[in-house]
Ligand binder design. Structure first.
Ligand code: NAP
Length: 245
């Protein structure tokens, strides 16, 4: 299935590393004029060196007012990938206010902020937009020490559904992809390469492995594309079947 985004403008958050970086590169390959937003300039510089036609934007998405101003200058955006995310792990009884604020500011509030700016502009123009929010299978299964991260991703799933409900009549589609573990920097930081941690999860995964970055990117591209023109408000697991049990 060939996906083309010629003439479209795309914005990917968290595009300095991992899934976001690969998604931004894939969007360029599909013909989209692509804005790669992240907070570490060195990552954006290396991305620009790899893909000279990409536009890079350095901003910390937890800065509500600054982010709003920056995103306004990028509009119109036809394809939005809310990918930037952080994962802090702690048992429920030890979660701090700081853990909670940092994770929700990044994973939930920034997603609302960016989407408001992009989608108000789309509605004013009478144009259309496809949005993909990068969630996680942690949104729907209980995993030890994941209280803050998993609940933030459960919030992302519900944001996806309510955005669909309120904006579906305005030529706006909003979906989530919900990956299992991917061995990006985040996957490595959270120690998923340790067999003692990964073994029990893999044992419950019919395909017996974690996801590759390109498998998540393909799901994102599909949901952004017209091939998914009647798919709206869904949370698509990319999990090798982990969620069946
Ligand atoms: P990653 O390798 O850690 O990359 C995340 C990117 O987001 C980095 O470029 C990071 O920049 C950027 N970012 C984080 N906070 C930011 C902020 N406040 N402002 C601007 N940029 C920010 O993570 P990943 O594995 O690619 O994860 C991407 C998404 O997939 C996340 O939403 C994550 O929750 C989700 N996900 C990941 C997995 C997994 O196992 N990897 C599984 C399911 C879902 P810096 O490096 O400069 O901080």
């Amino acid at each position: 299935m060939e996906i083309k985004f010629d003439g479209k403008r795309a914005l990917v958050t968290g595009a300095g590393k991992g899934i976001g970086r690969a998604t931004a590169k894939a969007l360029v390959k599909c013909g989209a004029e692509t804005y790669a937003l992240s907070r570490t300039q060195a990552d954006l510089d290396s991305l620009k060196a790899e893909v000279p036609t990409i536009h890079t934007v350095c901003v910390d998405i937890t800065d509500w007012d600054k982010l709003r101003g920056v995103v306004k200058t990028l509009c119109p955006i036809d394809l939005l990938v809310n990918n930037a995310g952080v994962c802090t792990l702690a048992p429920f009884l030890e979660v701090s206010k700081e853990d909670f604020d940092y994770t929700y500011d990044t994973n939930v509030k920034a997603l609302i902020n960016i989407s408001q700016v992009v989608l108000k502009d789309i509605i004013d123009r009478g144009s259309s937009c496809a949005v993909v929010n990068v969630s996680s299978i942690a949104s729907s299964i209980a995993v030890f020490n994941h209280i803050v991260y998993a609940s933030s991703k459960a919030a992302v799933d519900m944001l996806t559904k309510i955005m669909t409900l309120e904006l579906g009549s305005k030529n706006i589609r909003v979906n989530s992809v919900n990956p299992t573990v991917v061995m990006t920097d985040m996957g490595k930081r959270n120690n998923w390469s340790d067999p003692a941690k990964s073994g029990p999860v893999l044992a419950l995964t019919p395909q017996g492995r974690f996801a590759e970055v390109h498998e998540v990117v393909d799901a994102i591209l599909f949901l952004l594309s017209d091939k998914a023109s009647m798919i709206n408000g869904t949370c698509l697991p990319v999990d090798g079947g982990r969620l069946v049990q």
